[in-house]
Design a binder for this molecule. Structure first.
Ligand code: ADP
Ligand code: ZN
Length: 520
């Protein structure tokens, strides 16, 4: 216990100065206190426990669920001259034996341990034999039962408090909402921890959310016009779409690599390390990719499908621009996304309460997509940060969307849903509204409905925009039995009774940033 935290920062890690909150956090933990750290991805959480681990005597024990990344983290530390090791299920007996001895003898500065391993009697006994500098609990939101990264083993981590009451603990996460924070404090027994919550703004990321019309064309235009030669991540909902998109991008001349949980571990490993080490690589991935990925110069993150919550959107887009340079987060979303996500949530195995929470989370995400004001203001407000002025670095700030009085159109749409029996999806209802002649319409006799052909003044695309916004705002519900039939909700009443007008966002023709921005 010789060097000061600043010495360690300078000489071991080679950085000049601490970032905003790092200094206070490091001092708190080095002084022996518990800390709860909430910091966006890329904010610099690792140093918050690595430096106290070195500044204090004994071994720093880091609990991390990311077995795949432990080896990388440990070899990075070793390169800096830190004596680090890890314990997880991938190691052979000899290595485990050596690492355990090194912990017992006090040789190791830091050890990464998977949660399921840490809570084993054998490991706890080992730690009782050793001198421990601190416990760091990384990705602490995994303890939240309602969150999507929940790990049952995290619930048992209260043993650290119960069995090692004198050892300081630091829990870290990028998930910021109140509930998760409260659950971390309660489950990990961090009532006495000092809380450090850092700003969530990522000012260098340009947020852009567009209607998905011709996704491949939109993507291609974005990559060619703005991202030539850059590294980026493209997220898709399904494995099949990941593979198709990666193959197609390669045909278009890009270095695109697929990544999803269905690929052999060796392929995943190889694609991930190529992405980390080479320039000009695009990773096409499911959300399986990215937890803990640290590549500073990711210039863009593109979502070809809508994430299911604002937290997920923020985490995933947060992988862009960790180096602080201008970066872009592009999301393409459409009617199908909403219908699909609503159904997925409803048909999941969760309890009723879980489903309701998931629907609320999805609604917040839809709100972000449909908002006509500054996106960053909405995004930050969601995490409890107020931003007094519009940001000037999102698509809505660049060119504010038009709105139009959609009251009449909405009334037509709702009554057409009602007249056709609330048994059909948007495409069929739109066909009725536009007076289309197709077999389904004739078979169902829908050409005789009073609403047949009453909506010719709007194009199919315009109607799709209306229906998307009706579903997003909860005026129409999606039947979850599987066919996506639309149904009226209670909220429709005032509109049907002529008591309420409704303004809607006018979807812009798809533009790239280059054409959108006025020359300065
Ligand atoms: P997080 O875990 O919060 O996502 P990391 O700990 O991986 O973030 O840090 C993100 C990046 O910022 C890393 O490349 C890291 O080396 C760098 N970094 C962290 N703290 C500092 C600092 N004080 N000075 C310079 N670079 C830093
Ligand atoms: Zn803005």
């Amino acid at each position: 216990m010789s060097d000061s935290p600043l010495d360690i920062l300078n000489h071991v890690f080679g950085y000049d100065s601490f970032r905003a909150s790092q200094r206070d956090i490091v001092n708190c933990v080095t002084g022996g206190q518990d800390a709860l750290v909430i910091m966006p991805t890329g904010g610099g959480k690792s140093l918050c426990y690595q430096i106290p681990a070195l500044a204090r005597t004994g071994v720093g024990v880091v609990v991390s669920p990311l077995i795949a990344l432990m080896e990388d983290q440990v070899s990075a530390l070793k390169e800096l001259g830190v004596n680090a090791g890890y314990l997880n299920s991938t190691l052979d007996y000899d290595t485990v034996w050596h690492t355990e001895n090194a912990i017992r003898s006090g040789e190791l500065d830091m050890v990464y341990i998977a949660p399921e391993r840490l809570i084993q009697e054998r490991t706890l006994a080992l730690l009782h034999d050793a001198e421990i500098a601190l416990f760091a609990i990384d990705e602490a939101h995994c303890v939240a039962q309602w969150g999507h990264d929940f790990r049952a083993d995290y619930l048992k981590l209260d043993v650290l408090h119960n069995q090692f009451p004198k050892v300081p603990r630091i829990a870290l996460t990028a998930t910021a909402d109140e509930r998760t924070r409260a659950e971390i404090i309660e489950r990990l027994r961090l009532e006495n921890a000092q809380q450090f919550i850092s700003g969530f703004d990522r000012p260098n990321i340009h947020y852009r959310i567009q209607q998905k019309n011709k996704p491949r064309e939109q993507l291609l235009r974005f990559l060619k016009d703005e991202q030539q030669g850059n590294c980026g991540v493209i997220y898709c909902l399904s494995r099949a779409k990941v593979e198709d998109t990666a193959t197609w991008l390669c045909q278009q001349g890009f270095n695109a690599l697929p990544y999803h949980a269905g690929l052999p571990a060796s392929v995943r490993q190889q694609n991930q390390s190529r992405f980390l080490r080479e320039d000009n690589i695009i990773i096409v991935a499911t959300i399986a990719f990215g937890m803990g990925i640290d590549k500073p110069d990711v210039r863009f993150v593109c979502h070809l499908d809508m994430p299911k919550s604002v937290e997920a959107y923020y985490q995933e887009t947060g992988r862009a621009g960790r180096d602080g340079q201008p970066s872009t987060a592009l999301l393409l979303y459409g009617l199908e996304d909403i219908v699909k996500l609503r159904q997925m949530t409803e048909n999941s195995d969760g309890s009723e309460m879980f489903k309701r929470q998931e629907q609320h989370r999805l609604n917040a995400m839809l709100g972000l997509c449909e908002v006509t004001g500054c996106r960053r203001q909405v995004l930050l407000r969601y995490f409890g940060d107020e931003m007094p002025e519009p940001c000037g670095n999102c698509d809505n700030c660049d060119s504010p969307p038009d709105t139009w009085d959609a009251t009449e159109a909405v009334r037509k749409a709702l009554s057409c849903v009602y007249r056709s029996g609330q048994r059909f999806g948007a495409s069929h209802v739109i066909a009725i509204l536009r007076g289309s002649d197709n077999e389904k319409i004739r078979t169902c006799g829908h050409n005789h409905l009073s609403t047949y052909g009453i909506g010719k003044e709007l194009s199919t695309d315009e109607w799709r925009s209306v229906f998307r916004q009706l579903i997003a705002s909860g005026l129409l519900a999606v039947d979850t039995a599987g066919y996506g039939a639309l149904q009226l909700t209670e909220q429709c009443r005032p509109i049907l009774r002529n008591e309420q007008t409704i303004a809607m966002r006018r979807d812009k023709p798809v533009q790239t940033r280059a054409t959108q921005r006025k020359p300065t």
